[in-house]
Design a protein around this ligand. Structure first.
Ligand code: PAF
Length: 283
């Protein structure tokens, strides 16, 4: 498996791929890879002759310096995990910040029709400017035909779709389903930071989402939200940051149910200082 640290070397390789008229897939990651990432790579390998996996902890998308500092950096084990796929069509791009950002390591400011102000955007100010900046830079460097994003970060996926629409990149954005542990916990690089006690209680998040989905069959969005809040109110280890039932396209909170609009429930929960997010399709 080839690992490039410099974009000029990666681009020289990709030039040859393009000359053969082969398709390039991109799976952008911040490393600390798990089976969820591998499933994105496996999907990408089915659609593309070459798949670039970028591994880069993007500083501009962290609104909390502590979170940036504590974010796991595990390049060696990431490469070992990718090797288990035994596929020589995987290329890793693991750059330093100076290679991804041209001049200053700062986020550009974007407007995504308000998608950026909802949920994660409200609680993590500037987060999506950072995500969009790095994704745009990666798209410009790699020029993939297809790019793969997990639905765990559903708001991010919708924002990347909007980024492509606004900037006119000729790239297909493919959303991939959330991978879960056997007890329902959504796979995440942050799960590794949980203590055993915390790990034991976090399946409560998905369990609550599943019950919320059932309740949404007969109750209003507001009633379901109130029920979720009451479930978390007395929890000793889990602190609910938000629970929102939103329209999948606009990401605006749903006030009245309407069969035409697809809805999804979104949740963010603190377990100690670890912040976990999850979501579930409702209709
Ligand atoms: O989802 C992530 O891991 C990151 O937000 C991404 C898309 C790799 C950008 O840094």
């Amino acid at each position: 498996m080839r690992v490039y640290k410099l974009k000029q070397d990666l681009q020289a390789h990709l030039k040859k791929v393009l000359e053969l008229q082969n398709a390039i897939g991109l799976v952008p990651t911040m490393g600390a890879l798990h089976q969820g990432h591998l499933s994105l790579v496996t999907t990408a390998l089915k659609d593309n002759e070459v798949v670039v996996v970028s591994i880069f902890v993007n500083p501009t998308q962290f609104n909390n310096q502590n979170d940036l500092h504590n974010y796991p950096r595990t390049l060696d084990s990431d490469l070992k995990l990718l090797e288990t796929l035994k596929n020589s069509n995987i290329i890793v791009y693991a750059p330093e910040a100076s290679d991804v950002y041209q001049d200053e390591i700062t986020a550009q400011s974007f407007s995504f029709d308000g998608l950026e102000h909802e949920m994660e955007g409200e609680f993590r100010k500037g987060h999506f400017n950072g995500v969009a900046t790095v994704v745009k830079n990666l798209f410009e460097i790699i020029k993939p035909h297809n790019a793969y994003f997990g639905e765990k970060d559903f708001q991010q996926l919708q924002i990347v779709r909007k980024l492509v629409e606004i900037t006119g990149f000729d790239i297909n954005i493919i959303g991939c389903p959330i991978l879960r542990e056997n007890d329902g916990l959504a796979m995440s690089s942050r799960n590794g930071r949980l203590t055993q006690e915390q790990r034991n209680v976090v399946p409560f998040i998905y369990k609550t989402l599943k019950t919320a989905k059932v309740k949404f069959g007969t109750k209003s969005a507001n009633e379901v939200s109130e029920w979720v809040k009451s479930e978390f109110a007395n929890h000793k280890l889990l602190a609910l940051e938000y629970f929102t039932i939103a329209n999948e396209t606009t990401l605006k909170p749903v006030k009245r149910k309407n069969k035409q609009n697809k809805c999804r429930a979104f949740i963010a929960v603190f377990v100690g200082d670890v912040r976990l997010i999850d979501n579930i399709e409702l209709n």
